[in-house]
Design a protein around this ligand. Sequence first.
Ligand SMILES: [Fe+2]
Ligand SMILES: [Fe+2]
Length: 205
Amino acid sequence: MQKQTPDQPRSTETSVKATPLVPQASLYDVEQIRRDANEAIDKGPVTADYPLDLHQAYKLLNQALASEILCVLRYRHHQIVAKGIDNPQVADEFEEHAEDEQRHMMMIATRIDQLGGDPDLNPATIAERSATKYGKSCSLGDMIKEDLVEERVVIEIYRRLIAWFGTGDPTTRRMFESILKDEEDHANDLANLLSSVNVKCAPQG
Ligand SMILES: [Fe+2]
Ligand SMILES: [Fe+2]
C-alpha cells in the first residue's frame, strides 16, 4: 500500500476549485427602457417591446367582438321567445348566457382600447366580421341546438386566439382563457338542456 505523506491530498478528498463569479449579462437596460417609455407615452400600456403585430391583434379582437355582439343578440332573442312559449327555466338560462356574452363584449372592447385600437361597434359590418351567426330557430330545441353550435365555434376560435397571443401578450391571452371557460360552461349547459327538450320542428329556410 502506498504510504500517504502529509504533503499529498488524502485520497477521499477532491480538489474542488471555487467557481469564479462571472457577472451575469443584464436582463434589461433600464436607461433604454426609460427612454422608450418617455418617447411614446400616448400609447399607454403598449410599450416598445410589444412583440405582436398590433394591426393583426386589432383585427382578431374586433372579429371576436363582433362574434360576442351577435351572441348577445341571439341569446336575447331566444330569451324573449322562450318566455313566450312558456319555458321560464330555459329562458332564464338564455338570459344568463346573454349577460355573460355582454360582459365578454365589454372585456374585448376595453382591451382593444387599451391596446390603442378602435373597438368596432359599427352595426353595418358586425355580421360580416362575426364568426357566429344570429340564427333562424323555430322551436326551443332548435334554439338550444343553434346556441350550442355557436358556442362550439367560439370555443375553437378562442383556443386559437389564446395560442396566437401566447406569451407575447399574456393579458389578452388570459382574458380569452377566462372567456373560453365561460363558453365551455355555456356549451355544457346547452348540451344538458338539449337532452331534456324535444326538437319539434326543422329550422325554417
Ligand atoms: Fe362569449
Ligand atoms: Fe357563450
